[in-house]
Design a protein around this ligand. Structure first.
Ligand code: 5GP
Length: 201
């Protein structure tokens, strides 16, 4: 008699809470060194909503005079299988950023379309400098080449959730980053990942 089939987990741990903590602290230290001689405070720009958890941790590792601002954009299509074409800004910056040093904080760069659009939009405002920090980089999926000055991790072509990243609005509050193998199943059974809330290491 064959053994009972094991339920296939819809997600696997990609980066633990501890791995994220260490990498984010290292990025903060790198950014602190790079911007040691700023004439004015650094404007740290979070891209809503995915970057918020990363931004909160990163900012506490940046030992510089800094300010926060946020930008949000809408896309033609959202989801892992659709190519997102950015339409417009739905929440603009509060700052006038001309002649300022900008650090754009992205959760993940996939095709590069979003970052490319954001960079072009921000550069039109003539900042003194513009650099990007992205926690995750799916380099193999790139359509548009975009510079990423500070990068957390390069990842393969997998769909990830947690630490700010969502699927259909959920899972941003997972403390670790999980790779989801079966999105269709997760869409039907959204509470499938519930045990992962506590599986952080
Ligand atoms: P891009 O314009 O580079 O193709 O896509 C960037 C955006 O797509 C990200 O800011 C994020 O919202 C979404 N995205 C791309 N890959 C993933 C992923 O694996 N997981 C999640 N949750 N969002 C993703």
């Amino acid at each position: 008699m064959s053994p009972p089939a094991q339920p296939v987990s819809p997600a696997r741990l990609l980066f633990s809470e501890e791995q994220l903590r260490r990498r984010v602290a290292a990025l903060g230290a790198e950014i602190t060194r790079a911007y040691a001689e700023l004439p004015e405070s650094l404007v740290v720009v979070g891209v809503l909503k995915g970057s918020t958890l990363f931004l909160a941790d990163l900012l506490r590792s940046i030992r510089l005079d800094a300010e926060i601002d946020f930008i949000a954009i809408s896309s033609y299509a959202q989801g892992p299988d659709t190519q997102s074409g950015v339409v417009r800004i739905v929440k603009d910056l509060d700052h006038d950023v001309s002649a300022r040093d900008l650090l754009l904080v992205e959760d993940i760069v996939d095709t590069g379309l979003t970052l490319n659009y954001l960079r072009r939009t921000l550069l039109e405002r003539e900042p003194r400098s513009l650099a990007t920090v992205a926690l995750l980089d799916k380099a193999a999926r790139r359509i548009v080449p975009v510079p990423i000055e500070y990068r957390g991790f390069e990842i393969p072509d997998v769909f990830v959730v947690g630490y700010g990243l969502d699927f259909q609005g959920r899972y941003r509050n997972l403390r670790a980053i999980q790779a989801v193998s079966d999105l269709a199943r997760l869409a039907n059974e959204p509470r499938l990942l519930e045990p992962a809330w506590w599986r952080n290491t």
